[in-house]
Design a protein around this ligand. Structure first.
Ligand code: SAM
Length: 214
């Protein structure tokens, strides 16, 4: 199965920007979900001075934050196409590239977050990314929109059948990424060296994990 990669995202965003011309045109339900995330992030950063967003995508969340939070927000995003709207927002410093290579070690942040990204990482990439964040150092980190797998019988059967069909070439699918149980996520955070870890679920079912360097 093919993993969603950089080429995939570039293609995806080209189609995306053909369909939508501004944040306001995005479907209401999508916006409402992301607003819940933005409000939750806001609660964490309201007393912080400098915050980093890793993998900002189209930047909806960052744009929302910039409306009610006036401190320094730096957004990193490897795909240039995806940032078409965000780059017009002068309150946000946008950097094209990958964390941590695209930053200068003199840039200090008192908080960082990543939203809807873990699903693109295999276990190794996930641990390494968290280690990079911990060692940067970023002492307060929030992963939001964690892709969580809650196994149940019906899902396991569906998964098995999909895998069998793809094995004989009848089910040709773009693999969207990795799903993990909450315990698997926590084990990866521990492997990266975090000891102070909390997690929870928002009103729309979105999972978050917060880890502090201590
Ligand atoms: C599904 S989007 C999520 C975008 C946004 N954070 C949100 O919540 O809407 C995932 C994004 O992660 C970015 N990404 C993938 N791998 C990355 C990495 N190693 N470092 C930073 N961003 C990455 C992709 O370019 C893509 O824009």
């Amino acid at each position: 199965m093919k993993q969603a990669d950089e080429d995939f995202y570039s293609m995806f965003y080209i189609e995306f920007f053909k369909k939508f011309n501004s944040y306001n045109e995005l479907p209401d339900s999508w916006r409402k979900d992301k607003e819940i995330l933005a409000n939750f992030i806001f609660e964490h950063i309201k007393n912080k001075q400098k915050v980093l967003s890793v993998g900002s995508g189209n930047g909806f969340i960052e744009n929302e934050l910039s409306k009610k939070w006036g401190k320094e927000l730096v957004a990193i995003e490897p795909s240039k196409t995806s940032s078409k709207w965000l780059k017009k927002n002068e309150k946000i410093k946008l950097i094209n590239g990958y964390f941590p290579d695209c930053l200068h070690s003199t840039d200090k942040f008192d908080f960082a977050y990543m939203s809807y990204i873990d699903y693109v990482f295999d276990d190794n990439m996930y641990v390494n990314m968290l280690k990079d964040i911990k060692e940067y150092p970023i002492n307060d980190f929030l992963l939001i929109g964690a892709s969580v797998y809650t196994p149940n019988f019906k899902e396991s059967i569906k998964y098995l059948i999909k895998n069998l069909l793809s094995f004989i070439g009848l089910y040709n699918q773009q693999r969207w990424g990795y799903q993990r149980t909450v315990m698997e996520h926590l084990a990866i955070f521990k492997k990266a060296g975090y000891k102070n870890i909390e997690y929870g679920k928002l009103e729309n079912g979105t999972y978050w994990i917060r880890a502090k360097n201590e």
